[in-house]
Design a binder for this molecule. Sequence first.
Ligand code: ASP
Ligand code: MG
Length: 405
Amino acid sequence: MSRIVMKFGGTSVADLDRIRNVANRVKKEVDAGNQVSVFVSAMAGTTDRLVGYVEGISPMHDAREYDTVVSAGEQITAGLLAIALQDIGVPARSWLGWQIPMRTNKVHSAARIEDIGTEELISRMEDGTVCVIAGFQGISEDNRITTLGRGGSDTSAVALAAAVNADRCDIYTDVEGVYTTDPRIVPKARKLNKITYEEMLEMASLGAKVLQTRSVAMAMSHGVRVQVLSSFTNKPGTMVVDEEEIVENQVVSGITYAKNEAQVTIVGVKNKPGIASDVFTLLADNNINVDMIIQNETEDGRKTDLTFTVPENDVEKSQEALKAASDIEFNNVITDENVVKISVVGVGMRSHAGVAATMFKTLADKGINIQVISTSEIKISVLIDAEYTELAVRALHTAYGLDVE
Ligand code: ASP
Ligand code: MG
């Protein structure tokens, strides 16, 4: 007998038939003698609609009321799944975040889970009841409803799995697992049987949307065994595991792309000590997240160009902040939103040389110009013209030997 936490995303509960399908999958785990808790997302499209309502009624809305509204979708699916389970003879009960309680901090719309009441859930699971829980939501110390950020049901599920010492946390979605890259643009993309926490963390934060980044970080720090799998097929998915569990060691495990980046260049900044500090402190004070950075001095060394990337939505804010800063002298600011960040990720990079060289040569052979480069221990990212996204990802996928035969 195992204790399992299951989580079903929006497409898996998109209509009543799919909710019945989910109930049948849950029943299989129960029939196998397992203790089960299930998290559900809102029906596909529901949360977007609710966000639209809030923005429609007032663009400058109160964050607490935003959470009241956008958390509502999960309440519906939790109740419906409990009913569907009861209908096929499986004892089931639903819980909302506050009923658990799923205690979070007060950062509305991006709250962090602090503590989970597990006593009742554990005793109910031990008695054979399936605990169906609304994902994505919690309750603050002020007794207000909070939400965990878009895609947050993954984090709800992993957090409970850690708290009740579950043997596994199965995250059901509409794809069969984690792929070497986006199968929509590379038909030869391959499903990975296993991926390390670290690689998954990089891939999630680099734009692979299968898991919320925070859920991966939490799984890694608590050693939760996470599986990503499809609710529409009966195939095993991708296991997210410790590095020691990986036998077949590819140098590169995955390739991601992120189109929501923009490049900003401050031209002709006066070259003096502290200038980078001034610029990036200014951006940080404006809550602008800078990712890649390069700096180029002019020949005489008196001036420098500073190039960096920011989220596309923050381009205007960056420009305005720079222009308003009287202590930073420069000639001009140039922005380019027509860029994509392509990254190759793999723990094998630690022990293999030449991974970056392969990336640069592959892109050069296709005539693709690299605008900015950044690296970490297990990833290399380049910024290129967005027009070449597919060409670049496909060529790299082949170059690193990831194509499915
Ligand atoms: N329903 C929420 C969202 O769409 C949370 C989730 O699905 O994980 O972001
Ligand atoms: Mg999701």
